[in-house]
Design a protein around this ligand. Sequence first.
Ligand SMILES: Nc1ncnc2c1ncn2[C@@H]1O[C@H](COP(=O)(O)OP(=O)(O)OP(=O)(O)O)[C@@H](O)[C@H]1O
Ligand SMILES: [Mg+2]
Length: 507
Amino acid sequence: MSNENILEVQHVTKEFPGVRALDDVSFQIRTGEIHGICGENGAGKSTLMGVISGVHPIGSYEGTVLVHGQEAHFRSVRDSEKVGLAIMHQELALSPYLSIYENMFLGHAKTTLGILDWDDLLEQSRGYLKRVGLTDPPETIVSKMGVGKQQLVEIARALSKQTKLLILDEPTASLNDEESEQLLDLIMELKNEGLTCILISHKLNEVLRVADRITVMRDGKSIRTYDAHTEDVTRSMLIKDMVGREMNALYPEKTPNIGDPVFEVKNWSVYHPEYHDKKVVDDASFFVRRGEILGFCGPMGAGRTELMMSIFGKSYGSRSEGTAYLHGEEIHFASPHDAIKKGVGYVSEDRKSLGLILIQDVKTNISNSSLPMLSRWGVVDDDREIQAAEHYRRSLNIKTPSITQLVRNLSGGNQQKVVLSRSLLAEPEIFIVDEPTRGIDVGAKYEIYTILNDLAAQGKSIVMITSELPEAIGMADRIYVMNEGKIKGVLDRGEATQEGIMHMALS
Ligand SMILES: Nc1ncnc2c1ncn2[C@@H]1O[C@H](COP(=O)(O)OP(=O)(O)OP(=O)(O)O)[C@@H](O)[C@H]1O
Ligand SMILES: [Mg+2]
């Protein structure tokens, strides 16, 4: 690996109204390395990548960005693409209704006299798809594929643009373990072929596995860069730099106080939206008790989200059958709104499409499931709305200059905290959370775990879907294991191990 720097950031400062997102940041990326970047939610990681890649144009920040030693004056992402940079954002950016190869060449294909030769592009796409290991036909419509594959398309797109430096902003946040492994292996392979990579991730193990060097950011500053080849870098070293203090435990202590069953589901099945005889959830039965935290584990596609969504009254699939009981009485939720009214809250895993209204402010997003509660004579009481929003801003430590900030201006992890606040405000008795800590940093995870434990201590019941087995083991009183639409078994706190859960899923 040569020591020449492909990219150099010198004294970059970037402010948004009320926020100094980057504060005199300097660091270098060496040609051919994988450079990991870690930092808490709101530390400035995505903003820094925006400066590097022209999302934030020249003039909107102070300081200098050098690419191959040349000062860069990017006015847009297109300018940075011309010198070989490509960025894969935290949220996917493909056009869902176009095919793989159309997405790959959209906006940058070479034309002959202004005419695109789609047959030629189709041919070319095959080579790049092979390189990223995607076997689906290039004509496949992107929305029919899972997130993991869509990311491979984005990487293939980057390669087709002759990218030299690829920036990946939390690429594995919505991938399962296997897909994450594949993606990381691919990045390593591409590195061996000469590609330079910046990898932002909250999954420190991943960063430690693949990165040559790691930079930690905190409060808009670059705190320190480690060289993984010469230093023995550990998780706890990174965490300490990220949060500015030692963190001894990843999961808060608790003494469960569990009562009688409150909510029970019997023989629940959900049929596939297109293939009407196929079951995506097959005869699932479970119950949750007062004060209990349930974990739901299983591989991606096990049917966990479909099960919970269909119970919650969100029509999923062509139809569903089965019965649910709340306090022993049969209950049916006509819609998510109805479920909330009856005391069941659901925090979806997909904050973008099901969770937030990005163009509204933090306060409105927090209050909008609880307006009746915050109203008097049918009119929303502004003071109470503000109080409620301020309460959650403090208790969940939502990083925003004010509760009137638009949600789209918050960092990814802080958006997730807004989603949680909204459901908490409705004070559900049964609280279903789907991947509640996805994209959330270690410190904030601890805060969320503490909140869930407190809710349980108050006698609420929590159903937590999680793909992170250590999280289920650290938090749940009982763990249901699902796979292929079926509940394969249940494990008590204390008897659950990662291997045990995986065995049960595959049994
Ligand atoms: N367009 C914007 N307008 C106003 N403030 C912004 C904007 N973009 C980012 N910020 C603020 O800048 C700070 C840094 O945000 P950034 O998205 O860079 O964090 P991050 O490190 O990527 O966090 P995460 O891990 O949650 O994705 C945050 O306080 C955020 O609210
Ligand atoms: Mg970010």
